[in-house]
Design a protein around this ligand. Structure first.
Ligand code: MG
Ligand code: MG
Length: 250
């Protein structure tokens, strides 16, 4: 069942979203050659705890850390490790959520470590643009398929692969709620968007094929062809007018 938030709950979602955005920002700021993915997650976790919130991901389905940190060909669910050191030219996707007063945010951003290739820059721009294209369709009266089709069209028309095996989702009291928000689909199809719905829109875009596989740690998702991948995500509150981007930095 789709969970609609009342005005008070929407305010709590905004607070959780704001903390999520700040955690993501602080972790992203720390990216530099020589830092480990474990330290990146630790910085996000320390901020979340210091704000009186909880890292939503830690323990979720057994995930061991506060943030997913996915490097280069890793798409999502990278497990932070002290042995995984970031180098100049890497692209680093951080995905994090802060749980506060009964509600959670969920947001992701792919950061560049210093100078990256022009191809990697184009991938990041296309993924960010695909998220924006999806958000632009996120208002009451539209359907989930309108978001899905806009995301897919934006990325695919620029020659990028659109990951199909993982999707966006409703978000609120739980990290993953109904409905699913696929990054591909047909406009005019799927559940109708209603005021008070909160959804996470999260294109996962690749330089090559859309196909992915899961590493033997049972978590980390990588591109099947080892091409680079990027991931941008916002939690968004649906209204009759402009969507509220809950995880945008104020
Ligand atoms: Mg996420
Ligand atoms: Mg999500």
């Amino acid at each position: 069942m789709i969970n609609l938030k009342n005005q008070h709950e929407m305010l709590l979602m905004q607070k959780a979203g704001e903390l999520t955005a700040l955690a993501l920002h602080k972790a992203g700021e720390a990216i530099a050659p020589g830092i480990s993915t474990w330290d990146i997650s630790r910085i996000a976790e320390e901020f979340i705890l210091s704000a009186g919130a909880k890292p939503t991901f830690k323990g979720y389905g057994g995930f061991p850390a506060a943030a997913c940190v996915s490097v280069n060909e890793e798409v999502i669910h990278g497990i932070p490790s002290k042995k995984r050191i970031i180098n100049e030219g890497d692209i680093v996707s951080i995905d994090v959520g802060a749980f506060k007063d009964g509600f959670t945010g969920d947001s992701a951003y792919t950061f560049a470590c210093k100078e990256i290739s022009d191809d990697a820059k184009r991938l990041l721009e296309a993924t960010k643009g695909a998220l924006d294209a999806g958000i632009a369709m996120a208002y009451a009266g539209n359907r989930i398929g309108d978001i899905s089709a806009a995301v897919e069209e934006y990325a695919a028309s620029r020659g990028f692969g659109v990951v199909r095996d993982y999707t966006g989702h409703g978000v609120g009291r739980h990290l993953h709620e109904d409905p699913e928000v696929p990054n591909f689909g047909r406009a005019g199809h799927g559940p109708r968007l209603m005021p008070g719905m909160c959804i996470a829109i999260e294109p996962m875009i690749t330089q090559g094929s859309w196909q992915v596989r899961v590493l033997s740690n049972d978590w980390t998702v990588v591109t099947a062809d080892n091409s680079l991948s990027a991931h941008f995500e916002h939690s968004v509150g649906i209204t009759k007018a402009e969507p509220i981007i809950l995880t945008r930095l104020a």
